[in-house]
Design a protein around this ligand. Sequence first.
Ligand SMILES: Nc1ncnc2c1ncn2[C@@H]1O[C@H](COP(=O)(O)OP(=O)(O)OP(=O)(O)O)[C@@H](O)[C@H]1O
Ligand SMILES: [Mg+2]
Length: 436
Amino acid sequence: MNIPVATVGAATAGVLDGLERLQGPVTVVRRCAELTELVALSQTGIVRAAVVAGDTAELTAALAERLGAAGVALVALADDFLLRQRLEAMGITNAPGTVQAETLAGLISTAVQALEHSGAGRGLAAGIALADPAASFGTGIEAPDGGAPAAEEPDVRAGTVTAVWGPTGAPGRTTLAVNLAAEAAAAGRSVLLVDADTYGSSVAVSLGLLDESAGLAQACRLADQGMLDAAALARICADVSLRGHRLPVLTGVTRADRWIELRPAALAGVLAAARRMVDEIIIDCGFSLESDEELSFDTMAPRRNAATLLVLEAADTLYAVGAADSVGVPRLVRALSDLAAAVPAARPQIVLNKVRASAVGRNPENQLQGAWERFGPGQEIIAFLPADYDAADAALLSGTALLETAPASALRAAVAELAGVQASRRRPRRRGRSAK
Ligand SMILES: Nc1ncnc2c1ncn2[C@@H]1O[C@H](COP(=O)(O)OP(=O)(O)OP(=O)(O)O)[C@@H](O)[C@H]1O
Ligand SMILES: [Mg+2]
């Protein structure tokens, strides 16, 4: 296999000349004057790899993602130690400018294979591979002082990702995500709550955070520049206090048109840092799984639902929430079939919310279970969350979790059970609100 390569930059012309003289496995087919020319070239399908030796400081995870989506693997040459650390954190293969031509050719081949393996051209999976430092295929950097570079900070934790997703129609994704996280935090567990809903973020308001800063977008910006580690992520998080415990929160984009700030490559970097920061990450997802690719020939165009798809692909646990009524249940069934097509590896666990006799008849859980067995797609219903409008409204009004405003409610008990928490029905003393 001979790999057609484009190069950018004359700074390390020596190695690029050497690369041109090599008899395989790479052939330099174009020397670009600048990065923009390379990006345009990547769309033509002429090259399968790019070596960037100049403008290296301009590289971002988003740019690597764009090239990856077009099936072009990226290798950067840089001598500056901090710059190489940043490249490493962005998951971009890199080497010093003094690298031998044969070694560089080997790196290019490996990067191309890794991109193919991750699903080149599909963009999303390529983005994950490119942005996750754990999936980085760089040459490894030795710090001048012998210490570990930021991109290889020890994995002190390996947090799990729980995605809370469900169809349109406000079935209760945010309510479940917020209260699962609150229960875990109040029980003393190490948990991070993330609002990744690109249509209508509402975690901040649900928890009374007067936060206009969109923590998740800030974290994505840093990840895009290869500057996000667990410590930086912790500084960005808003803090909520629950029964003397701390719940860090990455708030969502404040306006729906800011979805573009949650690019998948950067978001994958945020998840990687989050996994090192806490034991559990709970993510409130948008509902839509539609792939805009089908509507557009422009494979480099950002896709609104890419953030949701990435989270669902990355999730260790995926709750699919449906409203327990004659509109919500069929909608959930259709959404599960869309999910199976969009994320074939997903193993959703079904949660029916707002369960009430007035919507489905006497013994609502039995009714729903029977209907699910007849018409449902096979996954088991793992939880029935009762409708409790007083409890849900009181929590929203106070901008806090059910465990604060309605600790004795059946809704709180059901969410606590799902979170694996032995719920104390004790009402916090500092609040006067009566429990349900
Ligand atoms: N079990 C419940 N009983 C009563 N009300 C509930 C219950 N769960 C959620 N609600 C209420 O339903 C409304 C929608 O809930 P929520 O915001 O969690 O849904 P969502 O799926 O995140 O919606 P969106 O599409 O806006 O993101 C809120 O007013 C919430 O308080
Ligand atoms: Mg919501």
